[in-house]
Design a protein around this ligand. Structure first.
Ligand SMILES: Cc1cc2nc3c(=O)[nH]c(=O)nc-3n(C[C@H](O)[C@H](O)[C@H](O)COP(=O)(O)OP(=O)(O)OC[C@H]3O[C@@H](n4cnc5c(N)ncnc54)[C@H](O)[C@@H]3O)c2cc1C
Length: 435
């Protein structure tokens, strides 16, 4: 019998559990994770970058949470001795036609009050001697960390404060019985007052079986990486990024130094035929059927088929992948790179074919759903957790049950001031809904 149950043991779920435990120290808290160990999916398969927030639209949750998250993540790593480095990154234009986009990005960085600086090609080479470009930007607050290590520390803290973390518990369904949420899992049933859905690649399905349809569908995009062989690691010192495509900032392969000293190149973005499909050959008929029968997918595909084809070519041909990397570092050759672990992004797509740009967190009656928390959600996990915790009602179901007192869910403590029915989900990514 729990007050709050979090579905999903990735960094968003664990960050939320930590924040809920802080806000309601006496609450009975449960985290349910389907895998035998935590952080196996997006959290354990990403670039390990502590983002600065430079890319995101001013006023968006992504911009606010990335900027604040950058600081809180670095503070957290310092406090708990987690290996990390604030090494900064360079974003470079490799053709004259990209200079105006670079200038726009510099301005956005300044608008975000980041200590960004314009760099001449020579200044870029002082930082990254093997990079060739026509101009660049230095973003000094970007860092690197291993998010699995961060997630492990979150779990330690959750448990030390009395939270329960159950692995190997696949949540199949949820139903409401007399105001109590009954969660059916592969490990039996759990009763709870409130459900927090942080199921990443399955957040849409979990929200639907909780009785809330946020309209979006998760479309999985695999990001494939190569890594530089040890003898060629000297080609890149820290992080080197191209100017992003304004329509798809997550497209465009880049170089990232990991905390273990390896240098990763990637990721690309190709449609995955399975939500947790890390290899090209991984197919799940249900997942694929859902994608292919979703009108939003075809609208997106029709509009952006050129980008999609380019990404597929880069996936199938190492030569094409390396060609993109050579635009940044011309000395890189095919022999310098070996494939390494890929990740799959949980990207929400709307029926009109628009990718959900911002974080999307939706509230139902006795549940809240992190429907779209792709990059930079690992950076922002402390802020996402705090945001969700601040929008929860105070639930005392588990504690009251134990002491045989009446069960309560107090909606006046939500921070929104009212409870919303499951038929009218409240999109908390929209500022007006919060106020
Ligand atoms: C290739 C790639 C590169 C990225 N690079 C960066 C980066 O450099 N910096 C950054 O900040 N962000 C980055 N991101 C984004 C970041 O990794 C994710 O936004 C973040 O990890 C999302 O965390 P999550 O907890 O929502 O998802 P996940 O880590 O996927 O966790 C969701 C969990 O829910 C569990 N689950 C799902 N369904 C159920 C169920 N029915 N029952 C029980 N458990 C369930 C899953 O097993 C999983 O463990 C990257 C992502 C990818 C894919």
């Amino acid at each position: 019998m729990y007050d709050y149950t979090i579905i999903g043991g990735g960094i968003a779920g664990l960050g939320t559990a930590l924040a809920v435990g802080k806000k309601y120290p006496n609450a009975r808290l449960l985290v349910l994770e389907k895998e035998e160990s935590l952080a196996q999916h997006q959290t354990g398969r990403n670039s390990g970058v502590i983002h600065s927030g430079i890319y995101y639209k001013p006023g968006s949750l992504k911009a606010t949470f990335a900027k604040e998250g950058n600081r809180s993540m670095i503070r957290f790593c310092r406090e708990y001795g987690i290996k990390h480095e604030v090494c900064g990154k360079v974003i470079v234009a490799t053709k004259a036609s990209e200079l105006s986009l670079l200038e726009g990005l510099l301005q956005r960085g300044l608008d975000h009050e980041l200590a960004v600086a314009r760099l001449t090609p020579e200044q870029v080479q002082e930082i990254e001697p093997h990079v060739r470009c026509v101009g660049g930007i230095k973003v000094p607050t970007t860092g690197i960390v291993n998010y699995r290590e961060v997630a492990t520390k979150y779990v330690e803290l959750i448990k030390s404060r009395g939270g329960v973390v159950r692995t190997g518990a696949h949540v199949d369904r949820a139903r409401e019985v007399n105001g109590i949420q009954v969660i059916e899992t592969s490990h039996g049933e759990f009763e709870t007052g409130f459900i927090i859905n942080c199921a990443g690649l399955f957040s849409d399905r979990v929200s639907r079986f909780c009785g809330l349809d946020p309209g979006m569908r998760i479309v999985p995009f695999r990001g494939e990486y190569y890594e530089l062989i040890p003898e060629r690691r000297h080609l890149v010192k820290n992080l080197v990024y191209p100017v992003p495509n304004p329509n798809f900032p997550f497209l465009g392969v880049h170089f990232t130094r990991m905390t273990d000293g390896s240098i990763h190149a990637g990721p690309n973005a190709v449609l995955a035929f399975k939500r947790e499909g890390y290899r090209r050959t991984d197919i799940n008929c249900t997942d694929l059927f859902e994608t292919l029968t979703f009108s939003g997918f075809w609208k997106l595909a029709r509009k952006h088929y050129r980008d999609g084809i380019m990404e597929m070519v880069r996936s199938l041909s190492k030569q094409a992948f390396v060609k993109s990397l050579q635009q940044l570092v011309p000395e890189v050759t095919e022999d310098d790179l070996v494939p390494t672990n890929s990740g799959v992004r949980a990207q929400a797509l709307m029926p009109d074919g628009k990718l959900v740009d911002d974080f999307l967190i939706v509230k139902g009656t006795n549940s809240i759903h992190a429907c779209n928390v792709p990059s930079p959600a690992a950076t922002a996990s402390i802020e996402i957790g705090r945001f969700i915790a601040n929008h929860l009602p105070e639930v005392t179901l588990g504690r009251r049950r134990d002491s045989r007192l009446p069960v309560t869910v107090n909606p006046t403590r939500t921070g929104i001031g009212r409870e919303l029915s499951s038929q009218a989900p409240s999109h908390l990514s929209c500022q007006s809904a919060i106020l």
